[in-house]
Write a protein that binds this ligand. Sequence first.
Ligand code: F6R
Length: 614
Amino acid sequence: MCGIVGYVGWREAETVIVAGLKRMEYRGYDSAGIAVVTADGVVSRKKAGKLVNLETELVEHPLASSHQGIGHTRWATHGGPTDENAHPHLGRTGRVALVHNGIIENFAQLRAELVADGVEFASDTDSEAVAHLLEREVLDGHGLTEAMRRTVGRLEGSFTLVAIDAQCPDTVVAARRSSPLVVGVGDKEMFLASDVASFIEHTREAIELGQDQIVEITPDSVAVTTFDAEEAPVRPYHIDWDLSAAEKGGYDWFMRKEIFEQPKAVSDTLLGRIGADRLLVLDEMRIDVAHLRSIDSIIVVACGTAYHAGLIAKYAIEHWTRIPVEVELASEFRYRDPIVTSRTLVVTISQSGETADTLMAVRHAREQRAKVVSICNTNGATIPRESDAVIYTHAGPEIGVASTKGFTTQLIACYLLGLYLAQIRDAKFGDEIASLVRELEALPAKMDEVLDDLGTTLALARDLMDCSVVLFLGRHVGYPVALEGALKLKEISYMHAEGFAAGELKHGPIALVEEGLPVFIVVPPRGRDQLHDKVVSNIQEVRARGARTIVLAERDDAEAERFADVFLPLPTVPTLFQPVLAILPLQEFACEVATLKGHDVDQPRNLAKSVTVE
Ligand code: F6R
């Protein structure tokens, strides 16, 4: 949600900033802007719409050379996506320019105060008020860093702020509260960004910023202090992926590339977590084993796709550990006064690690004295930093707005957590765990098999691209797969898609079924209870009413294939692991439909990758 860049060094600031914004456009793409310090003071350009509009503006109205500047790509909250509301915002005299990610909750009050002081607002944004406050402090004689400190003292809400001052050469200053910001450390140059992808082509050395910290960068230095002016420890780290991970590598979309990266992402997520005896080694579980043995309930909290991963985790964790698991949408969690005690383990799942709803749930859970384990893909993000333990999914950067490898690696992390809990609580015999772990290790090769055989899925996308409604059905862990398949299709193809529990259909939604309606059905592997047979009956129910059935089932499942208009075969795996395979054709189907419809798959309308507002 909004991408921010700051640069100071020896390169042309405009080039670095625009390239950095390009890599972060997935975070928001309503409008974009840049401001640099030149010999004539601060100069800015900003434009509504995608970054390309700003690039055109920069060609038509070039900026003077500069080595110090800030940039922003926006996902609108306060004020629509117009040129005026685009960032950067300038102070009244134009001496200071500022970009902001987040929401200033006491904005109305600040704006009223500034208006009473004679300030005329040029935009409808909350961010502009901060630019005016900051400039007022600077005009009062405070240096930019001190002015920033005084300004953040007036703000309520969440924010990353990055600012330049025409009279403060070779310096960019930023502040961070509950919103992401990292420093990139180069050779005689420094970068600031919401995401390391923005500067990965220049440096792989980064510094994490903590909550409520201010950073001042110059070409040779990084100084981090707290909002209370205390010196803060600097936490450097090395980024373990390179530029190629942040580029499309020959694919038409990041989403498509990320779909095909999943086997590797899954094996990377398993790496180092399995011992020679095929038992689990989760060194990162920094929660005392005695405590984990004593927990009596688990609540999984997440949003969107990550929530669907959580729904699958419930089946697995309950089955292996017999600990009751609830799964809750993060945006609902704290508002229902959940029953959380010191014996509850709260598990959050978040690809970005910055989702505000999930972050608030972490804080709420910890206030209730629960321990929080986070499953996250982004090193050093706010959610893992504020959790008691973290299991990182090693998926590499996920840039397509629709989550794909984020989802499958979240599933792997959930399986690892469930099996680990079963192991330390002696809920399963070692050989049972080892045999499941072997099945996990076999998944990447089976994922490759599915991804190598997507011809039918692509043809199906061509056939169905003009349908107005598509349904997805599943039972047991196939049900969240159906929800996720429908979400993928909705968010990038803008088609009306719904996922239902297959058994629930007859309680209402079956009324939607009419001649020719495409219905995807995820059929579980055979042999477990009557799960398989029940779903085969559900296929017949919809087929009898004219639906066109698209059946995902084990390769040699003749019974399921008999009732399929289109059959999408899957390799055999244990039921609980089938989602890792079954979701692959559904992701590719959504990606292809959206491509054929001419949509921007990586930047679907109204969405942003990292949702840092509640
Ligand atoms: C859908 C999607 C979203 C995210 C959700 C949570 O494709 O990507 O539904 O899953 O916004 O995001 P994270 O995992 O970053 O907390």
